[in-house]
Design a protein around this ligand. Structure first.
Ligand code: GLU
Length: 507
């Protein structure tokens, strides 16, 4: 009988979570939900040198924002804890001992200098069956001597004893069968006495086993570790999980991995949330931008990331989390790296901004209006403007630039629009139109429009020439929604005032 699906997301808390890690976790989440399984959250903090305070909370907050829920793990509890590797030292020690007792691992005492010397002497030096006899370890020295050294306090590591000449098969759900020969592997360090901690490989596979993980879905960068992991499972006599190594996230151009520098270069965040930190060298406080703070919708980030390396094969772009859970398929993930395309993310964001609770956009617009020293008028007014304008934005920060004329009269008139529409006849058109409008009792755009058009026709003027000149006077340039929607919002007094000011200023 197959075991119930258990997957895990196991970041090392070495800083803010990169967007590639977000995608890895998302795929694990989709897979777990699809199979009615569980998603665990484990912190792999055995490398104390690279530990960064705050990183763990940052990761938790990121997934909360994105709507990705864990079933077990750090801060979520569960039956397989503790879920922080730094709190599992005794467990690892026990399993290191199991391998030592079975003769599948051994103690090694080589100092850094000795290892450097061996590397200098033998080109492509590898600590393995062909060299370990010449090094200082419990195989070359004998166990008795090794125990003596340990008792005398000499630092040591425990290495995995790899038998050469064996085929190692990794069955990868995305890449198919990956076969390597064990002779190319070296006797990896599993444990270091210096910090009494296991290395990544040891802790990772012990935990995956104890936490009953059935599928290891992780980034392509871990593919080279998987044969070693398979051998470790074999050494313990444990069933190995199924592996699936996801394609790399690539920079927008070229074949390089998506890096922080690409984000800076192309002007988009590569982290879910803003990350504040102190520059180690200068002590300056700095920050990396985050999708949340830049105004991206979590649904947009999730939808975009889901399709970065996977597609359901049916041209469908917009998907709810539920749909993605239904459709997700590891075997349809690409083997090739996926280029990060910020324009596509913008497209998704545009879509989800249209769908999100309008109050979010209203609050944002109100904030921007106030920041620009203008009067937001009323909530009703803001709401109407949002209704008219939201389809024009990809990010909330674009609101003021698009909507400013609803709140403030133009300070200047755009050159190109003037050239096109403020022809010598324009002042006359606009002045006459003002007189006509002044006489109108009913200022409702819908009833106003046919009357104005009829009036222009009676003058034998061109509608475009009159109305665009009027628009430039009201807005400051030839843009914005239908003109009668603008006059509706501005009201009679303000519309006429702006038109007359323009005539005066542009004279
Ligand atoms: N701690 C590793 C990381 O930071 C986990 C790799 C794995 O999923 O096995 O991504």
């Amino acid at each position: 009988m197959s075991r119930p699906v258990v997957v895990r997301f196991a970041p090392s808390p070495t800083g803010p979570l990169h967007i590639g890690g977000v995608r890895t976790c998302l795929y694990n989440y989709l897979f777990a939900r699809q199979h009615g399984g569980k998603l665990l959250f484990r912190i792999e903090d055995t490398d104390s040198q690279r530990f960064v305070p705050g990183a763990e909370d940052y990761i938790i907050e990121s997934f909360k924002w994105l709507g990705i829920q864990f079933d077990e793990g750090v801060s979520f509890g569960g039956d397989h804890g503790p879920y922080r590797q730094s709190e599992r030292r005794e467990i690892y020690k026990k399993y290191v001992q199991v391998l030592l007792d079975a003769g599948k691992a051994y103690y090694a005492f080589d100092t850094k200098e000795e290892l450097d010397a061996a590397r200098a002497e033998t080109p492509n030096f590898q600590y393995d069956a062909s060299t370990r006899g010449k090094m200082r370890n419990s195989i070359s020295l004998g166990m008795e001597k090794a125990q003596e050294l340990i008792a005398a306090g000499e630092p040591y590591v425990v290495r995995f004893l790899i038998e050469p000449g064996e085929d190692v098969l990794v069955n990868d759900l995305i890449r198919g069968e990956v076969k390597i020969n064990s002779s190319i592997l070296d006797d990896k360090v599993l444990y270091k006495s210096a910090d009494e901690l296991p290395t990544y490989h040891m802790a990772n596979i012990v935990d995956d086993h104890l936490m009953e993980v059935t599928h290891v879905i992780r980034g392509e960068e871990w593919l080279p570790s998987s044969p070693l992991h398979v051998l470790l499972y074999r050494a313990f006599g444990w069933e190995a999980p199924q592996f699936a190594h996801l394609p790399l996230l690539l920079a927008p151009e070229g074949n390089g991995k998506l890096s922080k520098r690409d984000g800076d270069k192309y002007g988009f965040p590569v982290f879910p949330l803003q990350w504040n930190f102190n520059d180690k060298e200068t002590g300056e406080s700095k920050s990396y931008s985050g999708y949340r703070e830049e105004g991206y919708r979590p649904e947009a980030v999730v939808n975009f990331l889901a399709l970065l390396g996977w597609n359901p094969g049916n041209d469908q772009d917009i998907m709810t989390m539920e749909e993605m859970i239904q459709l997700f398929d590891l075997s349809k993930c690409s083997k090739n790296g996926a280029h990060f395309d910020i324009k596509r993310l913008m497209w998704f964001n545009h879509h989800y901004l249209q769908e999100c609770d309008e109050r979010i956009l209203c609050d944002e617009l109100k904030k921007q209006v106030l920041e620009n020293g203008a009067d937001p008028k009323s909530d009703e007014y803001i709401k109407t403007v949002i209704g008219l304008m939201k389809e024009r934005i990809n990010l909330p920060k674009e609101l003021w630039g698009q909507c400013n004329f609803f709140f403030a009269a133009p300070e200047k008139y755009e050159e190109k629009s003037l050239k096109k529409w403020w022809k010598p006849e324009a002042p006359n058109y606009v002045a006459s139109l003002c007189d006509f409008l002044e006489a109108q009792e009913d200022w409702n755009g819908e009833s106003l429009e046919p009357k104005v058009l009829e009036w222009i026709a009676s003058k034998e003027w061109k509608t475009g020439a009159v109305m665009n000149a009027f628009r430039v006077a009201l807005v400051g340039e030839a843009r914005g929604p239908q003109i009668f929607l603008i006059t509706d919002q501005l009201g009679k007094e303000e519309s006429l005032r702006r038109a007359r000011v323009a005539i005066e200023r542009l004279a």
